[in-house]
Design a protein around this ligand. Structure first.
Ligand SMILES: Nc1ncnc2c1ncn2[C@@H]1O[C@H](COP(=O)(O)OP(=O)(O)OP(=O)(O)O)[C@@H](O)[C@H]1O
Length: 431
């Protein structure tokens, strides 16, 4: 099984961090970011098992994994038994960093896509993993999973805390998480829904923040999982014809890790890594889902934001063409700005059904996933430079010392201080 990153090892550019001649960007007075290189997203494809409903409809299989990286999609209108068929133009093969079919376990998907990001995150790099694809194709299964087959959220958090534990003799960590959903273009805090709808703000360094979101600090995987499960119960899910428990919102789990050395020194740095794990709502065809009323309205919002995401992917993958990337079209793309074309190692896991009835959705998902491979992101280490503050205080202290010396000199120049009686006499003169 090939993988995006080698297990427990940093990707080559990250490993070469110490030897690379890095660019140094001052991202603000107290924040430095060191560029370590360009990256393309890791794009994985998962073909879920055929469902009972599809079997009952007499579905045939049209999507196949050929090897660890190649997937073939056949046009269902073509007769596979016709040996004379000359026109196979609509049968297409796609190459990905890694491909999975119904035989793949949750552990295999996690190891090949996400596990390799953890070491970077605890050392101050940003990373994003997102599940993409049509409704009912297995995104929530991959990200959240089940009690028996936990998905990427649980496995990542388990390994993240294990990695922290392994280096905690030398390093001090602070981990916090937030969990939100974007439902009908509105942001809701899943850890504290009573906060109402939240706004997106861009800080002075261009980093997108959700104003007022609950950030829970913890260093305990079990505690995070309990919060996640609680938050997930708040997520908007409804039965649709395509999926009995269809997620009607995009769910974003953000884990922030701050790392600093236990050895206190004057040049101490705090490294801040952010990991986004995103379970997108599924794209859907109104005709297939038979949605009406509220479900149809939700579907329109979902499709609109996924279209905005698709447009960003298109524009970003055509950098040579100099296309403008419009992140502002939806909350989803604004939130994913850094993950898509900015400072992040990004993994996209596209999902499709193997059935002939899903041909059009599968084809467009494969096309988007294929385009996403040519996006480039610039990965930088995020440093909150404590030494900057120390330098500031040192220079303030030096200034104050200089001022004291100047005043002392002035007093000395003015001669000895008048005695108390002289002061009384001076006051008397003034009256
Ligand atoms: N790889 C898989 N192995 C076993 N079951 C799967 C797999 N992928 C999906 N399923 C099952 O298929 C059904 C639909 O999956 P899921 O809810 O994850 O789809 P989704 O893409 O998140 O859908 P939506 O966009 O509507 O929320 C679920 O019952 C899920 O358990």
């Amino acid at each position: 099984m090939s993988s995006c990153f080698r297990e427990w090892e940093l990707p080559p550019q990250l490993r070469e961090w110490n030897t690379l001649s890095c660019g140094l960007i001052r991202g603000g007075e107290d924040r430095e970011q060191r560029i370590i290189g360009w990256f393309h997203p890791c794009v994985a494809l998962r073909i879920r098992p055929i469902s009972m409903a599809e079997l009952e409809e007499g579905a045939t299989l049209i999507a196949h994994k050929v090897d660890d990286q190649m997937v073939v999609l056949m046009d269902p209108m073509e007769d596979p038994d016709d040996v004379l068929r000359a026109n196979r133009s609509r049968e297409k093969s796609y190459m990905f960093d890694v491909a999975f079919d119904f035989t793949a376990t949750q552990e295999m998907v996690y190891r090949a896509t996400t596990k390799g990001l953890i070491e970077g995150v605890i050392s101050g790099y940003n990373a994003t993993v997102f599940a993409y694809g049509p409704t009912g194709c297995g995104k929530t299964y991959t990200m959240l999973g089940t009690d028996h087959e936990p998905g990427i959220y649980v496995r990542t958090l388990d390994d993240l805390f294990r990695a922290i534990e392994a280096t905690s003799d030398n390093m001090e960590y602070e981990v916090s998480m937030s969990y939100l959903e974007i439902y009908n273009e509105m942001i809701r805090d899943l850890l504290n829904p009573s906060l109402g709808y939240l706004d997106l703000r861009e800080d002075s360094k261009g980093v997108i923040q959700v104003a007022g979101i609950t950030e829970v600090s913890t260093i305990n995987a079990k505690e995070i999982m309990q919060l996640l499960m609680k938050g997930n119960k708040q997520r908007t899910q409804e039965p649709t014809a395509a999926n009995r428990a269809s997620s009607r919102s995009h769910a974003v789990l953000q884990v922030t890790v701050r790392q600093k050395s236990r050895v206190k020194n004057i040049m101490q740095e705090v490294r801040v890594g952010r990991l986004f794990m995103i379970d997108l709502a599924g794209s859907e065809r109104a005709s297939q889902t038979q949605n009406r009323g509220q479900r149809m309205k939700e579907g329109a919002h979902i499709n609109r934001s996924l279209l905005a995401l698709g447009n960003c992917i298109n524009a970003l993958s055509d950098r040579a063409g100099g296309k403008y990337v419009n992140y502002r079209d939806s909350k989803l793309t604004r939130l994913l700005k850094d993950s898509l074309g900015g400072n992040s190692r990004t993994v996209m896991i596209a999902h499709i059904s193997p059935a002939n009835s899903a041909f059009e959705e599968s084809r467009s998902t494969l096309t988007y996933a294929d385009r996403a491979k040519s996006i480039r992101t610039t990965v930088k280490r995020n440093l909150l430079n404590v030494s900057y503050h120390i330098a500031q205080y040192t220079s303030i202290i030096a200034d104050l010392r200089g001022e004291i010396q100047r005043l002392q000199r002035k007093i000395e120049e003015q001669g000895p201080r008048p005695a108390r009686t002289d002061i009384r006499r001076i006051q008397g003169d003034c009256r």
